[in-house]
Design a protein around this ligand. Structure first.
Ligand code: FCB
Length: 479
């Protein structure tokens, strides 16, 4: 049979599946001094010499604050039926406490109305890393009060948008906030204090619980509240007891530390034991675990690449292959005897290995951790060195292959019984990739940072066909 005649089973998704894209406020909005916004920790951090590649900042980013109408029109043109964005805390509550700034809230009201008019379902993330600087000056996430401040902010945004936004996410990747922000220091606020990082993790959990209660107190009961976790898919290098123990350690530190209290009402005993040399966890107060353990409506998962570990001989501080940036301080507290390995095979421009089986594994794991709860892939995607060709078009066959492979993994998980309701590609647009600045392009849409022109890459066209038909299009060689 000639190759072209080989029957191919179409990979089709359930009719109500959400085909989305995701962004976050600081990475795209710009307009950092407009309409009453004050600095967040990311403004301070990115303006501190040596913190981001090329000294890049989010001052202008991709100017989404002024171009949101065109960006929504672009999403509609691409056939997306869902969009996940985050609200900038210092835009709506500049000092992190007290009354809201209506002009800030109005921006999100207009954005949501524009999305709804285009038939695109909005998903709001309340916290995607841009803590008001004043709250960091008061101690930041290691301080308990920040969790209460977050609940107040959640209530403000819930009251303003709860009538028109059904899907809510409290926190994005609390692991990054706690361990990259306060442990390894490669993210804002750039602190490197192990106890502060663990305190931050607990107060983020508390913020999630208090925020969930606050949202529900002001929103219609039909709305859904979830959290976005980036639990590592940890693979031991061998089945030796030492390597399995190393894998367990990293699993606890990336996953159990959050889903333990959030989904099961307890921190894993093995986590408490492994971190005992650092802290006795006395910052966990009576009643906290009940507060954190709120019933949820869904769980959102972010996945990019698996993590391969083994037990190390001696101390392995220093350069690591864990994909989270260079620092002399490990984000993996109490795991100095764990070595990280770069898996073989293909890698993205981040150096992250391409492995869709990890996404399937992650989904099936949360299918078990959170039985009966709908799951969403709230982020998945890849950075490549995309450049426009002579004709101005941008061809990114690697990204098409990445998306195709990962969407197939999602579909396999659905076939295996997981209730996955949607997928949000990271990211709609090229944008400010945190410490990597504008060097790493994750967008399905290319952005010319000089002119702010948006050019859908070939992956955006491919994804648009998938979104419109509910079936993965063929992956054309050289597309
Ligand atoms: C995730 C973040 C997102 C983006 C992607 C590449 O950790 O949530 O903002 O940086 O990684």
């Amino acid at each position: 049979m000639p190759e072209s005649a080989t029957p191919v089973t179409p990979v089709t998704f359930p009719p109500a599946f959400l085909w989305g894209a995701a962004t976050s406020a600081y990475q795209i909005e710009g307009a950092v001094r407009e309409d009453g916004r004050t600095p967040s920790i990311w403004d301070t951090f990115s303006h501190t010499p040596g913190r981001t590649a090329g000294g890049d900042t989010g001052d202008i980013a991709v100017d989404h604050y002024h171009r949101y109408r065109d960006d929504v029109a672009l999403m509609a043109e691409l056939g997306l039926n869902a969009y996940r964005f985050s609200v900038s805390w210092p835009r709506v509550q500049p000092t992190g406490r007290g009354p809201a700034v209506q002009r800030g809230l109005d921006f999100y009201r207009r954005l949501v109305d524009e999305l709804l008019a285009a038939g695109i379902k909005p998903t709001v993330t309340l916290y995607h890393w841009d803590l008001p600087q004043e709250l960091e000056d008061a101690g930041g996430w290691p301080e308990r009060d920040t969790a209460y401040r977050f609940a107040e902010y959640a209530q403000i945004v819930g009251a303003a948008l709860g009538d028109r936004v059904e899907q809510w996410i409290t926190l994005n990747e609390p692991w990054c906030t706690a361990f990259l922000g306060y442990g390894s220091g490669v993210h804002a606020p750039g602190r490197t204090d192990p106890v502060a990082a663990l305190r931050a993790a607990h107060h983020l959990n508390l913020a999630h619980g208090l925020g969930t209660v606050a949202l529900r107190s002001v929103m219609p009961a039909r709305n859904s509240v979830a959290i976005s976790l980036n639990t590592s898919v940890v693979r031991p290098l061998s089945e030796s007891p030492a390597d399995l123990a190393a894998a367990r350690r990293i699993d606890d530190l990336s996953g159990g530390i959050f889903h333990g209290p959030v989904l099961h009402g307890a921190y894993p005993g093995s986590l408490l034991e492994a971190t005992a040399p650092v802290t006795d966890w006395s910052f966990v107060q009576g009643g906290d675990l009940e507060l954190i353990h709120q019933p949820l409506d869904a769980v959102c998962l972010n996945y990019y690449t698996p993590t391969v570990v083994s037990a190390a001989e001696g101390d392995v501080r220093g350069p690591r292959a864990d994909g989270h940036g260079a620092s002399d301080h490990s984000p993996w507290l109490g795991a100095d005897d764990v070595a990280f390995h770069q898996p073989p095979g293909e890698h993205t421009a981040m150096g992250w290995s391409v492995d869709p089986t990890g996404l399937h594994e992650l989904i099936m794991r949360y299918h078990r951790e959170a039985p009966g709860l709908p799951l969403y892939i709230s982020e998945n995607g890849a950075a490549y060195d995309d450049k426009p060709g002579a004709d101005g078009t941008v061809h990114d066959p690697e990204r098409i292959a990445y998306l195709d492979g990962h969407l197939k993994a999602v579909r396999r998980a659905v076939a295996d019984g997981a209730d996955v309701r949607g997928y949000y590609l990271w990211s709609l647009l090229d944008n400010f990739e945190w410490a990597y600045g504008y060097e790493k392009r994750f967008g399905a849409v290319y952005v010319d940072y000089e002119t702010q022109e948006r050019v859908p890459k070939s992956s955006a066209r491919w994804y648009a066909r998938a979104a419109r038909t509910g079936t993965l299009p063929p992956v054309e060689p050289g597309e």
